[in-house]
Design a protein around this ligand. Structure first.
Ligand SMILES: NC(=O)N[C@@H](CC(=O)O)C(=O)O
Ligand SMILES: [Zn+2]
Ligand SMILES: [Zn+2]
Length: 354
């Protein structure tokens, strides 16, 4: 019997476990794209200046909520940016009050707006111990920043030099390795016994380093961690479609204006919020794994964070190529939307009231 192709897929509403909403005019322009499709999102704290205290996270949450249409069910889940001066009690209070869901660790200098990040990991150990005690998870940008380490090796070296010792010293800390880009990270997470999971971005399932560098430099594919060779992309797809509950979606949708992408020292980040779910459905469909999409987008994340999955659903429909804008306008200037390099046939059925 020939297999009938699936052209409609209903999933529990997805969540985005790693998202940049920025602030001010940029936030006003981008938030609606995530709110249209996602139930919740872990919102990154790398503003300028960073969101460090519980009070700052609460104020940022209020600013995000104020950009949402009245009655929107989208919920931002807030994070605090870990610094060497972070007060563990302030985090514990913000966690107990339901203001923050996780804490974010940036090695100093690793990525966009990470200057206040951690240099000496032993300095933050008491905070990590307190977090382990109260069950507050740590999201990690897992790259070393040493100038003598090749940029393509920075994630793998981070695992050996920082993550392994940290997990030994604070074994009860729940860790999420964010935006993994290597087979090394996939293997490390898969071989771990507890308290470790990873998010995978949409773009790292689609691009490898040739997309950035072959045939001319393509700033819109430049993000951190930088995309690696094809064998790593293949390992990421295998992890995403495996049904393993330790791998889930964190889009890392990271808008920068085109002006800031085209500078001699251009910003890192891909803006995928508008077409992320269409891209993911295409990738899972091509891999013959549409039945694993819901685990990746909607079930594994809440389970690791100890939250219930969303009650409502979205429906994806397959048909003619989907129209999405090449760019969106923001008060700060245009922002280019991620181009997967192939047509997208899956669209999200509109949310009834928004
Ligand atoms: N991913 C990126 O390339 N950029 C992110 C920062 C980050 O997530 O590392 C950003 O804030 O622009
Ligand atoms: Zn990062
Ligand atoms: Zn990010």
């Amino acid at each position: 019997m020939p297999k009938t192709a699936i052209d409609r897929l209903t999933l529990r509403r997805p969540d985005d476990w790693h998202l940049h909403l920025r602030d001010g005019a940029m936030m006003e322009a981008v938030t609606a794209y995530s709110a249209a499709h996602f139930g919740r999102a872990i919102v990154m704290p790398n503003l300028v200046p960073p969101v460090v205290t519980g009070a700052q996270a609460g104020a940022y949450r209020d600013r995000i909520m104020a950009t949402l249409p009245e009655g929107s069910p989208f919920r931002p889940l807030m994070t605090c940016y870990l610094t060497e001066d972070t007060d563990a009690e302030d985090l514990a209070r913000a966690h107990a009050d339901g203001i923050i869901t996780a804490v974010k660790l940036y090695p100093a200098g690793a990525t966009t707006n990470s200057a206040s990040g951690v240099k000496d990991f032993d300095k933050v150990r008491p905070v990590l111990e307190r977090m382990a005690e109260i069950g507050l998870p740590l999201c990690v940008h897992g790259e070393v920043t040493d100038s003598d380490i090749d940029i393509f090796d920075r994630e793998a070296v981070f695992i050996d030099r920082i993550l392994k010792p940290m997990r030994k010293k604070v074994p009860d800390l729940r860790i999420i390795m964010e935006h993994v880009t290597t087979e090394n990270a996939v293997d490390y997470v898969r071989d771990s016994r507890s308290n470790l999971a990873a998010t995978i971005t949409t773009h790292h399932l689609i691009i490898n380093r040739n997309h950035i560098l072959a045939g001319g430099i393509k700033p819109h594919y430049y993000c951190l961690p930088v995309a690696k060779r094809e064998k790593h992309r293949i390992a990421l797809v295998a992890a995403a479609i495996s049904g393993d509950k330790r791998f889930f979606l964190g889009t890392d949708s990271a808008p920068h204006t085109d002006a800031n992408k085209y500078l001699p020292c251009g910003c890192a980040g891909c803006f995928t919020a508008p077409n992320t779910l269409s891209c993911l459905a295409e990738v899972f469909d091509a891999a013959g794994a549409l039945d694993k999409l819901e685990n990746f987008t909607s079930l594994a994340g809440p389970r690791y964070y100890g939250l219930p999955p969303n009650e409502d659903t979205i429906t994806l429909i397959k048909g003619d190529p989907v129209d999405y804008p090449a760019q969106i306008e923001t008060g700060d200037g245009p922002v280019t939307v991620f181009d997967p390099g192939f047509p997208l046939h899956w669209r999200v059925e509109a949310r009834a009231e928004f």
